[in-house]
Design a protein around this ligand. Structure first.
Ligand code: DNO
Length: 395
């Protein structure tokens, strides 16, 4: 069986650790979210957070901090590769602190300027629950008419620009501000700085001249330095895919397809150079064969985010469907992950977490982190666990 994980945002997360226990998960996925990006974590900080998670009240289920998601990769590493020496050293110091406390899986991403991106955080579903959504025309409306990124017109066709203009014209100032916050200031767990529009424009402009080939070279530089260190420390690195898996704001993205990952594994063949298999991110592209990727990269997968996205007819917009619906063949994925996990020693088993969830029932009236409410994830985990049991028993 795969190990069942749950993302927890730390002591300020409105979803407490007892909810994780009741959901049936045992592996905590978290980070020192309060430490500024680029600042090295100390062993004492990691130990303190670990004690908070693992000191178990009498009679309660033991939880363990098994996955760090994420040690954020600072912007200068993405722009400069090995040239960003101090940032890479700080990243390694965090890795050492984590390894010293016995945490064996570290997740990170290499998306420039924006981490995961959505345009709607409470998109109403026919059931009355709400979902996260990425709507291409709303995104274009932000890029072209709110942010007013220089040169943005080159990334859209005439019909797309006209549709985006209609969306932008209909936005009230409050709605435009909310859209800016959702996109430029980032979502919970994001690994990029929250920026206002002027700073956001500057950050984008700093990538002038960096195409996909350069960005990939910088990621390979980074991996060539950190993967051997991780290997020596007994930590497995897992690169999270781009979400959504295509360029945004004219910036390249290099972890969107099977070929992207194959290039990274070939360039840095160290075993610690692994993958976070996120079905919701990769699944937005119809040309990503998810079960096939999980089979072919089985030994590189140590951590999985399981959720299902559903594409609109335009092929670019999508919303987050129920975990077993959408465009993801979750049964096929589970079969491939269980095969990849077979024969591994228990302490090196694959951890999965139900990724995101609908806002539903009591959570509709409570404050919470978008995508990370309790009840939607509880439902997602229960469904995934059912699939896992059935597949494992050969049903
Ligand atoms: C969103 C998450 C991402 C992810 C990072 C990994 O829900 O999947 O923020 O944690 O991209 O570094």
């Amino acid at each position: 069986m795969l190990k069942q994980g749950w993302r927890w945002f730390g002591p300020r997360d409105p979803v407490p650790l007892d909810t994780v226990r009741q959901a049936g998960a045992s592996e905590i996925v978290t980070a020192l979210h309060d430490v500024p990006i680029g600042q090295a974590w100390t062993r004492a900080q990691v130990a303190e957070r670990k004690a908070l998670i693992e000191t178990t009240p009498a009679g309660r289920t033991q939880l363990s901090w098994s996955v760090v998601e994420s040690i954020p990769v600072p912007d200068d590493v993405k722009r400069l590769g090995a040239g960003a020496k101090a940032s890479i050293e700080a990243w390694i110091a965090s890795l050492e602190a984590v390894a010293a406390e016995g945490i064996g899986i570290v997740c990170y991403n290499f998306m420039p300027v924006v981490d995961w991106t959505r345009t709607d955080l409470d998109w109403p579903l026919p059931t009355g629950a709400t979902a996260l959504r990425f709507e291409q025309d709303r995104f274009a409306a932000f890029d072209l008419f709110v942010l007013k990124r220089p040169g943005a017109e080159a990334d859209y066709d005439a019909a797309g620009i006209a549709r985006a203009k209609a969306v932008a014209d209909a936005l009230s100032q409050d709605e435009a501000d909310a859209l800016s916050r959702t996109i430029a200031a980032g979502l919970p767990g994001g690994t990029t700085d929250a920026l206002d529009l002027a700073a956001f424009r500057d950050r984008l402009a700093a990538y002038g001249g960096i195409d996909a080939q350069r960005l990939r070279a910088h990621l390979i530089d980074f991996l060539a330095i950190v993967a051997p260190v991780a290997e020596r420390l007994g930590v497995r690195l897992t690169l999270h895919p781009d979400d959504p898996p295509r360029p945004l704001f004219g910036l390249p993205r290099v972890a969107s397809t099977e070929a992207d990952y194959a290039a990274l594994f070939a360039a840095v063949p160290v075993a610690a150079n692994g993958m976070c298999f996120c079905t919701g991110s990769l699944g937005v592209r119809p040309d990503n064969d998810l079960a096939g990727i999980a089979t072919r990269f089985g030994e590189r997968i140590h951590f999985a985010h399981l959720r299902a996205t559903k594409r609109d007819r335009d092929g670019l917009s999508f919303h987050e469907a129920d975990h077993l619906d959408g465009d993801v063949d979750m049964v096929g994925v589970m079969r491939a992950l269980l095969a990849a996990n077979a024969g591994r020693p228990e302490e090196r088993g694959i951890v999965f977490r139900p990724d995101h969830g609908h806002r539903m029932l009591d959570d509709l009236t409570k404050p919470g982190n978008p995508g990370y409410t309790a009840i939607g994830r509880l439902k997602g985990l229960a469904e995934l666990r059912g699939v896992m049991r059935a597949v494992a028993q050969g049903a």
